[in-house]
Design a protein around this ligand. Structure first.
Ligand SMILES: Nc1ncnc2c1ncn2[C@@H]1O[C@H](COP(=O)(O)OP(=O)(O)OP(=O)(O)O)[C@@H](O)[C@H]1O
Length: 125
């Protein structure tokens, strides 16, 4: 089907609208994202409680954004896999496993950043 050509700005604005709709769908329907957002909220409270520095805030926000972004992409991979092949298949299992592995990379990075920020504050060193 031929798409009607729209101007550059209208095209960008439409993409932004779809991205916002996607963000809303992720945050309201996906348990994995909702649980990561809840953890993120607790970490934000911890940042405020321990009065972390500007640089620490930057790292904390980057870590949280990284985990949420990769988790969102993992959700998209899982949904695509389930759509194109709903039945059990070794390759689908492999694709889902490595996609989850990418989330684990991001999560471990976030945990390492969290330990660097909070361990010295909790144990005073
Ligand atoms: N269609 C399938 N074929 C083969 N293995 C699968 C299939 N679906 C899931 N698996 C295996 O089960 C694991 C979990 O898959 P699932 O889609 O339930 O992910 P999840 O992380 O538990 O999902 P959710 O985010 O919905 O909790 C995969 O990593 C994979 O090893």
């Amino acid at each position: 089907m031929e798409q009607k050509k729209v101007s550059f700005f209208v095209g960008r604005l439409r993409s932004l609208k779809y991205a916002m709709v996607g963000l809303y769908k992720l945050c309201t329907t996906e348990d994995s994202i909702i649980s990561q957002l809840s953890i993120g909220a607790l970490v934000m409270i911890a940042g405020w409680y321990f009065d972390i520095s500007r640089t620490e805030w930057l790292f904390q926000i980057m870590a949280l954004g990284l985990v949420l972004a990769v988790e969102g992409l993992n959700t998209a991979v899982e949904k695509t896999a389930d759509f194109i092949h709903p039945d059990y298949h070794k390759k689908i299992g492999f694709i889902k496993d490595i996609s989850a592995g990418a989330v684990t990379f991001a999560a471990l990075t976030a945990v390492a950043i969290g330990l660097f920020i909070y361990l010295p504050k909790i144990f005073n060193f």
